[in-house]
Ligand binder design. Structure first.
Ligand code: IMP
Ligand code: MG
Length: 176
């Protein structure tokens, strides 16, 4: 494994992201919606850098299993969401890869009539985009490599790493 982004580099950019979001949404009723499970570390750090009052909620999206490429159509679970009607919603995920997960979620959440709906990600793999939309906020653009840590997993492992590392082909294990 090779370190791509250190914990310090991530902390700096997440702080900047939180400050920008605080300015952009000043005085507006913000609801931060994290996409489970990959966004949990980012959401926990980011919301502590957003200085205005806001609420949080989570949705679930799964597309991968034990592969390192997306299966295309993510499975979404939206139950338990509060009312989005008239609220400014910021959807937060770990990574924008093909963009299909966030594009599907945006389409689904628009049905609930939020006042606005934007997306924020830690990482953006710019070469892999397959949808028209791009993330509204991102911390880092990265090359097309499979990364883990800071919430990102391979086969549900490595989410706890405080940094982002590239998982080399030799690190890949058969599915459990
Ligand atoms: P997309 O729908 O192709 O944009 O994929 C988004 C989801 O795939 C993310 O929420 C991640 O859970 C997962 N994903 C994409 N690339 C990586 C990676 O390099 N490492 C770990 N998970 C990834
Ligand atoms: Mg994942």
């Amino acid at each position: 494994m090779r370190t791509l982004l250190t914990a310090d580099e991530i902390a700096l950019r997440v702080t900047e992201l939180g400050e920008r979001i605080s300015t952009d949404y000043a005085g507006q009723p913000l609801l931060v919606i994290g996409v489970l499970h990959g966004s949990v570390v980012l959401v926990a750090d980011l919301i502590r850098k957003i200085s205005q009052p806001h609420q949080i909620a989570f949705v679930r999206a799964a597309s991968y299993g034990a592969n390192t490429t997306s299966s295309g159509q993510p499975l979404l679970a939206l139950e338990g969401l509060p009312s989005l009607n008239g609220r400014h919603v910021l959807l937060v995920d770990d990574i924008f890869d093909t963009g299909r997960t966030l594009a599907c979620l945006v389409e689904e959440l628009q049905r609930f009539d939020p006042a606005s709906l934007k997306t924020a990600v830690l990482l953006w793999k710019t070469e892999r985009r397959e949808v028209a939309a791009v993330p509204d906020y991102f911390a880092f653009q990265i090359p097309n490599e499979f990364v883990i840590g800071y919430g990102l997993d391979y086969n549900d492992d490595y989410r706890h790493l405080p940094h982002i590392a590239v998982l080399e082909p030799a690190d890949l294990s058969p599915a459990r």
